[in-house]
Design a protein around this ligand. Structure first.
Ligand SMILES: *[C@@H]1O[C@H](CO)[C@@H](O)[C@H](O)[C@H]1NC(C)=O
Ligand SMILES: *[C@@H]1O[C@H](CO)[C@@H](O)[C@H](O)[C@H]1NC(C)=O
Ligand SMILES: *[C@@H]1O[C@H](CO)[C@@H](O)[C@H](O)[C@H]1NC(C)=O
Ligand SMILES: *[C@@H]1O[C@H](CO)[C@@H](O)[C@H](O)[C@H]1NC(C)=O
Length: 371
């Protein structure tokens, strides 16, 4: 009588929850007010008293909260703030640089007040760093015309002359966040490879409310995000404008919610995965929406293992999804599409070389899969 027992348990849980819910409901007699902050006040995180410490760090002066302006950043759009921002990142003998794989002793919140911060080389981020901008007026990291590093924000830097060695092991790169930030690459010559975020991360990581602005010139080499591998993670409320590639993603598993890509050559380049879920995707005026490397019919050649795209709105884009290998019924990489609204998208699903698997047009795909 197992079902009977679980049904009773379920019922008692429902009753209990509804009692709590009605308790909450009756105490909310009016909508929340608009608060007491004036529109010009900074985001609350900037001005509260910062008294948090790192629980197990033996140095009681170790600073968790760092306002980049306290480290000399000007945020005036003219002064090169690279050195000041990197000082805010690294101060306090933090875990990183290639000599420390992971540590929970040296966490940091690196806060950016509103402003435009000119950077000429990468902001290298240490283990357990939360980068947070003023949510009311998100600050901009502006790459200078001579910007010459791999990425504006680098979550796992390659060690110079290190033959591919990096600061962290990609599957162990935990506890990171970037929130409320604009990265602007448009001053960098469009022919240069410039990347907004090198986001090679693992669990307990998030990218939220981030915009990357890139060149829309023909042949642009700008790229919003590069993730070669990792074990993640979540990203949402992210917008990529222009560029050769919006996001290039390879990771064991990832959840992406509310992604917008406008005017890129390729919105999403999927290089490999075990399982990615995209929900709420908006793609406008790209050449290809999702370009997926799906290598073959066996597990060892699957590359993009599993792609689920749910609730997408795609406009003026010749190809929505393209895979590198056609499915003859046994493709190892699976693709599931749910509620995809296409407007002027001639090919819904195609294969490199031109074969159309599923015709598009101006139509809505309720549900479709291959694998
Ligand atoms: C403790 O941390 C503070 C702030 O980062 C630093 O100035 C100081 O040198 C550190 N002390 C030791 C003994 O590491
Ligand atoms: C992660 O990706 C890089 C770049 O493709 C590659 O060199 C490296 O071997 C990969 N690491 C793992 C553990 O897959
Ligand atoms: C999606 O993200 C954009 C940009 O952050 C935001 O303006 C919009 O409200 C979000 N939409 C949903 C449905 O969450
Ligand atoms: C599909 O392709 C695979 C690999 O080439 C092959 O082994 C298999 O027989 C093909 N299946 C069909 C139904 O054609």
């Amino acid at each position: 009588m197992m079902w009977y027992h679980s049904a009773l348990l379920f019922l008692s849980t429902v009753l209990h929850t509804s009692q709590i819910a009605s308790g909450l409901g009756s105490s909310c007699s009016a909508p929340l007010g608009s608060g007491t902050a004036s529109p010009t006040d900074p985001y609350w995180l900037e001005t509260i008293q910062h008294q948090g410490t790192s629980a197990f760090n033996s140095n009681s002066s170790y600073e968790v909260f760092r306002n980049v302006k306290d480290f000399g950043a000007m945020g005036d759009g003219v002064t090169d703030d690279t050195v000041a921002i990197n000082a805010a990142m690294s101060s306090g003998d933090r875990c990183g640089g290639g000599s420390c794989e992971s540590s929970t002793l040296t966490p940091a919140i690196v806060y950016f007040p509103q402003g435009t911060y000119l950077v000429s080389s990468a902001i290298n981020t240490y283990y357990y760093t939360q980068i947070i901008g003023d949510a009311k007026n998100p600050p901009t990291l502006l790459a200078s015309p001579g910007f010459n590093s791999f990425a504006v924000i680098d979550a796992d830097p390659y060690i110079p002359n290190g033959y591919g060695a990096q600061w962290f092991t990609n599957q162990d790169n935990f506890f990171r966040s970037v929130r409320n930030l604009i990265i602007d690459l448009r001053q960098v010559p469009s022919a240069n490879l410039a990347i907004g975020l090198h986001w090679q991360v693992s669990q307990a990581t998030s990218l939220v409310n981030v915009v990357v602005e890139m060149s829309t010139a023909a042949g642009t080499n700008h790229q919003g995000l590069l993730m070669e591998n990792g074990s993640g993670g979540f990203m949402g409320d992210i917008v990529f404008n222009g560029g050769k590639i919006g996001i290039q993603v390879g990771n064991q598993q990832f959840t992406v919610r509310n992604l917008t890509v406008n005017n890129a050559d390729t919105a999403v380049l999927g290089v490999w995965n075990w399982g990615f879920t995209f929900q709420t995707v908006t793609i406008n005026s790209c050449q290809i929406g999702f370009d997926l490397t799906t290598g073959g019919t066996t597990e060892s050649t699957q590359t993009v293992g599993s792609e689920a795209i749910i609730d997408a709105v795609v406009t003026n884009t010749p190809i929505f999804v393209r895979s590198s290998t056609a499915s003859n019924g046994t493709l190892a990489g699976s693709l599931v599409l749910n509620n995809i609204k296409l407007t002027n998208v001639p090919t819904a699903v195609g294969v490199v070389g031109g074969t159309t698997v599923l015709a598009g047009g101006t139509t809505t795909i309720a549900s479709w899969g291959q694998g």
